[in-house]
Design a protein around this ligand. Structure first.
Ligand code: PDD
Length: 291
């Protein structure tokens, strides 16, 4: 298991990898990031992740220092140096070093950091039994403050949410928006299933447009499963048959308990399991070049 870090095109060990204490990413969470994984050694949906990072960077007025081709090259070079069976990839682009005040005009050069470590996924038990979520009191940022649709390094909102969830004995937290509608979990998107219809908060609710969310909704529609993207009230969880979350590192993970009550019969649902199978096949398609 090897972790290697690429800082501005230099591949380093974790011990050698250092970033200045004057970097505004560190001082103010002024950065953007992406998380992806490899599948058979190939970064999965890399184009989509880079596109999302471009949008995030543009939204915070940060010019990405590499072209897509340069990101491809640096990511692949770092994966090769890590030499893991499968890799976890985190790309962070910070505002860079500047004066100690929030004005970013003194930051002249963004820092680009690519972390590579072994990816072994979550334990099988979480997929077999499902996870336990609680609705936390920390609300998701409103779009007009730090838009949840952009993936910045400013995750304090989500940090507070998972701290609260853990304190209450849950695996993770489920956040509401300012109007009290469901949004997402701290690092994953959320879904309910009722009468074989998948329901998930729409992008307008203030969520990250997950890459996995995009794949799962497309897979569902291709397979004749009805999907509703809309505003969802938290009370609808009690009426739901199934629930699940999605993210790059988790894929599709069943949610079987919410706020100390069983979701449906308290076991991973049939449609969730069907989607997990379809998603696995999709990843396997990568071998045949269908990225
Ligand atoms: N998290 N919502 C939030 C707030 C997230 O941070 C993430 C991703 C997702 C799911 O997006 P995707 O399907 O593109 O991974 C939803 C990554 C995995 C992380 O921060 O570790």
């Amino acid at each position: 298991m090897t972790t290697v870090i690429n800082i501005n095109r230099e591949i380093l060990s974790p011990e050698e990898a250092n970033i200045s204490v004057f970097d505004h990413g560190f001082l103010f969470g002024d950065s953007v990031y992406e998380v992806l994984i490899t599948c058979h050694g190939i970064p999965f949906k890399i184009k989509e992740h880079l596109q999302r990072m471009s949008v995030s960077a543009e939204e915070i007025g940060l010019k990405l220092p590499y072209t897509y081709e340069e990101f491809f090259r640096e990511i692949n070079r770092t994966i090769a140096a890590g030499n893991n069976r499968e890799s976890y990839i985190r790309i962070v682009v910070t505002r860079g070093v500047g004066e100690i005040n929030i004005d970013p005009s003194s930051c002249l050069k963004p820092n680009t950091i690519i972390y590579i470590s072994e990816f072994s996924g979550y334990s099988e038990g979480l997929y077999k039994d499902g996870i336990n979520l609680v609705i936390v009191s920390t609300r998701r940022n409103i779009k007009e403050s730090i838009n949840p649709g952009i993936k910045t390094g400013n995750y304090l909102n989500n940090v507070l949410a998972i701290m609260e969830a853990k304190k209450r004995g849950a695996t993770d937290g489920l956040m509401l928006n300012a109007e009290g509608y469901l949004t997402e979990s701290t690092t994953s998107n959320f879904y309910l299933v009722k009468d074989r219809v998948i329901m998930t908060p729409s992008l307008e609710c203030g969520i990250l447009g997950g890459i996995t969310r995009g794949i799962v909704l497309e897979l569902a529609r291709e397979n004749g499963i009805h999907v509703e993207e809309r505003m969802i009230r938290p009370e609808e969880i009690r009426e739901a048959d199934e629930a699940f979350i999605t993210s790059t590192t988790r894929g599709i993970m069943p949610v079987t308990i919410c706020d100390d009550s069983k979701v449906g019969d308290g076991r991973p649902g049939g449609l969730t399991k069907k989607l997990i199978g379809l998603y696995k096949n999709k990843l396997e398609d990568m071998i045949s070049g269908d990225l």
